[in-house]
Write a protein that binds this ligand. Structure first.
Ligand code: OAD
Length: 243
């Protein structure tokens, strides 16, 4: 049976690559980007999440990020985040978790082998010297933050529309997916490149591809197993001894 086969593959694999998207944090109460109640609903992304928007009105952009930062810090990692941290413990060096999420919840759940492909709203980056620093706790934070190294103006440490991903992080993610024996793609609509290509690259390189998503995605036809359920239920099914 397919699920038994997927469990066996995951158990035996030495190299496992995981890609997560907004769906993994949905059960922590953080809205996804697309779909009803999505984060972009009522906002035009080009008004807030672009370099041009920031150049035009940095205070407005910071207000939006400060609001989202407060929201994610009030949320807790859910069982899907926790099970992925456990999987890393079992696999060690052969494991990499690549996330498109900027909410920092994988790190708060204990994951350490993590690539935050789109950055993190829990950090700011200096526009002058590039220094990154964590934001103070939400109740002590008044945007915009000032660089502790050089006093320069800081921006949210996230990737905006029209910006390139960090080349080193992307290369690390690609290497992990192209050498993985099992690739897991969880809670992403798989429509935003280049993250969406990671699952395809893994499959093309011979990996066993597992998708967990309540809705079908462009990756579904390629997947060896597609679990049409939530991230936490899907991971419970795949890793039954992890609880
Ligand atoms: P999307 O909002 O596009 O997709 C969320 C996916 O999660 C959908 O496919 C849902 O079906 C699925 N989903 C919903 N609830 C779920 C649950 N409980 N368990 C599992 N899956 C669930 O979010 P992403 O694919 O992450 O980029 O979006 C990718 C990127 O688009 C984001 O990182 C962001 C945005 O533009 C940047 O900000 C650069």
């Amino acid at each position: 049976m397919e699920i038994q086969e997927a469990r066996r593959r995951l158990e035996d694999a030495r190299r496992v690559a995981v890609l997560t998207g907004a769906g993994v944090s949905a059960e922590s109460g953080i809205p996804t980007f697309r779909g009803a109640g999505g984060l972009w609903e009522g906002f035009r992304p080009e008004e807030l999440a672009t370099p041009a928007a920031y150049a035009r009105d940095p205070e407005k952009v910071w207000r939006w990020y400060a609001m989202r930062y407060t929201q994610v810090m009030a949320a807790e990692p859910n069982p899907a985040h926790l099970r992925l941290a456990e999987l890393e413990q079992r696999k060690g060096d052969g494991f990499l978790l690549v996330t498109q999420n900027v909410d920092g919840l994988h790190l708060r759940a204990g994951s350490r082998r993590v690539v935050e492909l789109h950055g993190s709203i829990t950090r700011a980056r200096c526009e002058r010297c590039g220094h990154r620093q964590p934001l103070p706790p939400p109740d002590a934070f008044t945007p915009p933050p000032v660089c502790e190294r050089c006093g320069g103006r800081m921006r949210p440490d996230v990737v905006w529309f029209g910006e390139f991903l960090d080349a080193e992080l992307l290369a690390r993610a690609e290497r992990a997916f192209m050498t993985a024996e099992v690739a897991l793609v969880i809670g992403t609509s798989a429509v935003v490149e280049p993250a969406a290509s990671l699952g395809r690259a893994a499959k093309a390189s011979g990996a066993y591809l597992i998708e967990i998503n309540p809705e079908p995605t462009p990756l579904t036809p390629l997947a060896d197993l597609s679990l049409r359920t939530s991230a936490s239920e899907g991971l419970k099914t795949l890793l039954p001894t992890g609880s």
